[in-house]
Design a protein around this ligand. Structure first.
Ligand code: ADP
Ligand code: MG
Length: 222
């Protein structure tokens, strides 16, 4: 996959995705074929095989649902939206999942700002970032969402107390299919970055391997 991504630097994002999808879906398919052959040969540990096969199918399923999200036409449904309102929705949506891991989601509003954006796309970005933070904090802690203003930009920080990201991996995070998770797709940050850039914004990632990471979104104020 490494080599493929380097070679694909000159390819369009669509080309990169196509190459990645082919690769990512072929692995679970190959594995499924292998297990069906084992079952045909009449092996005993059927229940174990079924479980692995379900996992492989789930993997393909997750990839396809994330791709369906990208392939949706970019409906330009941009309106003036209050950032605190959107983040409050996201906190409500993810609070229960966070509590399961002893994680507190806190929302800090330095400046109450509205921006011109597609509400559902922007919420998708916040959900992706908060979910990633939750997934890195299995030991609990605090995730802080902060809204502030810097010059003519609205800044939304998602700050976690997870393990942090080693410097040499930082530049890979926005690449499609980069994941360190067993059941990850590596598409969340690529999609989020795409949405932010479509809103003329920027996603900056800073991390301290001991203290945690901050994903900082900067968007123009209308
Ligand atoms: P996925 O969540 O499916 O792995 P993403 O694109 O959302 O895909 O994230 C890509 C990778 O970036 C993750 O697998 C993880 O290694 C890293 N990452 C993302 N968010 C964080 C975070 N808050 N802390 C540490 N690592 C992170
Ligand atoms: Mg993710």
């Amino acid at each position: 996959a490494e080599e493929m991504l380097i070679r694909s630097e000159k390819m369009s994002i669509a080309g990169q995705l196509a190459a990645g999808i082919a690769h990512e879906i072929r692995n679970p398919l190959t594995s499924l074929r292998g297990f069906i052959q084992l079952l045909q040969a009449g092996m005993d540990n059927k229940q174990e095989y079924y479980k692995i096969m379900m996992d492989e199918i789930e993997k393909i399923n997750t990839i396809t649902s994330e791709l369906l999200f990208i392939s949706k036409p970019m409906t330009d449904e941009k309106n003036i939206e209050n950032v605190k309102d959107m983040l409050t929705d996201v906190v409500t949506l993810l609070k229960t999942q966070a509590q399961l891991f002893n994680i507190e989601l806190s929302l800090v509003v330095d400046h109450d700002i509205s921006i011109h954006c597609d509400r559902s796309q922007m919420k998708q970005v916040f959900i992706n970032l908060v979910k990633n933070a939750i997934e890195e904090m299995s030991d609990g802690g605090n995730i802080e969402l902060r809204i502030s203003q810097k010059e003519n930009s609205c800044v939304i920080d998602v700050k976690d107390e997870g393990p942090g990201i080693p410097k040499h991996l930082l530049h890979k995070l926005k690449e499609p299919f980069f994941t360190t998770k067993k059941h990850g797709t590596g598409l969340g940050l690529m999609i989020s970055n795409q949405i932010i850039e479509n809103h003329h914004g920027h996603l900056e990632i800073t991390s301290d391997v001991k203290k945690g990471s901050t994903f900082s979104i900067r968007l123009p104020i209308s």
